[in-house]
Write a new protein. Structure first.
Length: 124
């Protein structure tokens, strides 16, 4: 079972530059989530769908897939996860298994998708 720490507060998250926030998301969920996805095609397919939805949401909001747009989206998802009682894993805790990633909830998969986009765009 994964250990979870206190959620990121909106004030603390908003004070961080976009690149630093994306780096934190990569450390908290991206590295482990993407590692699991590259080992499990079904998870990678799900993340591809989430990434397309993130890009569409940014486009619909008149934003581009730059560090600022992705960080704003990730901040919203992290805050939403905290509101529903699903805080993000802290870096350094035991990684989730592939089975746990396959069962992961919407906010967590969206945040991994944000990391996937940021990596693909050279923002990390």
């Amino acid at each position: 079972m994964t250990n979870f720490a206190a959620p990121i507060t909106a004030a603390v998250a908003a004070a961080r530059p976009a690149g630093a926030f994306l780096d934190e998301m990569m450390a908290r969920v991206g590295v482990d989530g993407l590692t699991a996805a590259f080992a499990e095609p079904a998870l990678l397919a799900r993340l591809d769908q989430h990434a397309a939805a993130v890009r569409d949401a940014l486009l619909d909001a008149g934003r581009i897939t730059d560090a600022d747009g992705l960080a704003a989206y990730a901040r919203s998802m992290a805050a939403g996860a905290a509101r529903i009682g699903r805080p993000l894993p802290e870096p350094g805790f035991a990684p989730m298994t592939t089975a746990e990633w396959l069962a992961a909830g919407f906010p967590l998969l969206r945040l991994v998708a944000v990391c996937m986009i940021a990596e693909a765009e050279g923002l990390l």
